[in-house]
Design a protein around this ligand. Structure first.
Ligand code: TMP
Length: 222
């Protein structure tokens, strides 16, 4: 359990709609009078934004898989120290777009970096800070990547260096997320990213309202 506030992370393959859901949840919690801090990885701090460019901008110098993993964890260490822990200590509800499970799924299951080593580095980076709830928005990888590509062509969002990897990489990432969720069924809420956004939003709300201790009747703001 996280100090005084509540720590909720959003995970899943690209194009599942997690950033949209995070935004909606944020607004609904605010409507219920909760002090919320939305943030993301990589890039939730000034240093993190520099790391994000090194990691994700397509024409940057190539990174060895282990270097990519360590930079993701460096971003997280800074983010936990500078943003997440202070917010939790102040009693806020922190909604974080990606966290440790992304490193395990992308760099571990996807990129083949040794999982036990990754887990040890992630533990070191976060000082063992574990989310109270991890929402996994699962989506078929073809569907997810197609959504990302379409949005990018329409001038929204990015189609970054990791999005551009092969389909089998993304398939391993998706399976990785699902197997991580099976290991900790209490902490994970797995939702189907192919469902209508309103349906997903309601599934999340039921669980989050109970966790945060607010009335479930607050209306959906979609
Ligand atoms: P997003 O902000 O659109 O989710 O993009 C972040 C990208 O970075 C996404 O493709 C997943 C990837 N990523 C990792 O590979 N490992 C990590 O630890 C994190 C946080 C993100």
């Amino acid at each position: 359990m996280s100090e005084r506030g509540r720590f909720i992370t959003f995970e899943g393959p690209d194009g599942g709609g997690k950033s949209t859901q995070l935004e909606h949840l944020c607004r609904r919690l605010e409507h219920a009078g909760v002090v919320v801090l939305p943030t993301r990885e990589p890039g939730g701090t000034p240093v993190g934004r520099e790391l994000r460019a090194m990691l994700l901008v397509p024409d940057r110098a190539p990174l060895a898989p282990e270097a990519e993993a360590l930079l993701m964890c460096a971003d997280r260490a800074q983010h936990v120290a500078e943003v997440i822990r202070p917010a939790l200590s102040a009693g806020m509800v922190v909604l974080c777009d990606r966290y440790t499970e992304s490193t395990l799924a992308y760099q571990g299951f996807g990129g083949g970096v040794d999982l036990a080593s990754l887990q040890a580095v992630a533990e070191f980076a976060t000082g063992g800070l574990t989310p109270d709830l991890t929402v996994l928005i699962d989506v078929d990888v073809r569907l997810g990547l197609e959504r990302r590509r379409k949005a990018f062509r329409a001038g929204e969002g990015e189609f970054n260096r990791i999005d551009r990897r092969r389909l089998d990489y993304h398939q391993r990432v998706r399976n990785g997320f699902l197997s991580l969720a099976l290991r900790e069924p209490e902490r994970f809420l797995v939702v189907d990213g192919a469902l209508a956004p309103e349906v997903i939003s309601d599934q999340l709300w039921e669980r989050v309202a109970a966790l945060v201790g607010v009335r479930a009747e607050i209306p959906r703001l979609l």
